[in-house]
Design a protein around this ligand. Structure first.
Ligand SMILES: [Zn+2]
Length: 88
């Protein structure tokens, strides 16, 4: 099922388990990093939220919420982390 966000999703995909459906929302938790994607639907309104450790994770971008990258994947080394490693 396409929700129109696929093309903006980063390569760091979550391994989502079976969706858990409630009356006005559907939750899918990543079995790797624990991030929960909540798809809410009330009447004609549909929106997506992301939760991690009881805290709402939101990255609004041009009016929509982007999927946070899966924390279970190693973060590619950057100049910053490389410099920090050198200093340590
Ligand atoms: Zn994940």
């Amino acid at each position: 099922m396409s929700n129109g966000l696929a093309q903006t999703a980063p390569a760091l995909r979550h391994a989502r388990g079976e969706p858990v459906r409630f009356v006005h929302k559907t939750e899918r938790q990543c079995c790797r990093c624990g991030l929960v994607k909540v798809t809410r639907h009330e009447g004609d309104e549909h929106w997506v939220e992301f939760w991690r450790d009881e805290e709402k994770v939101a990255q609004p971008h041009h009016g929509r919420v982007l999927t946070p990258p899966c924390a279970a994947f190693p973060i590619p080394p950057t100049e910053t982390t490389h410099a920090a490693k050198e200093a340590a």
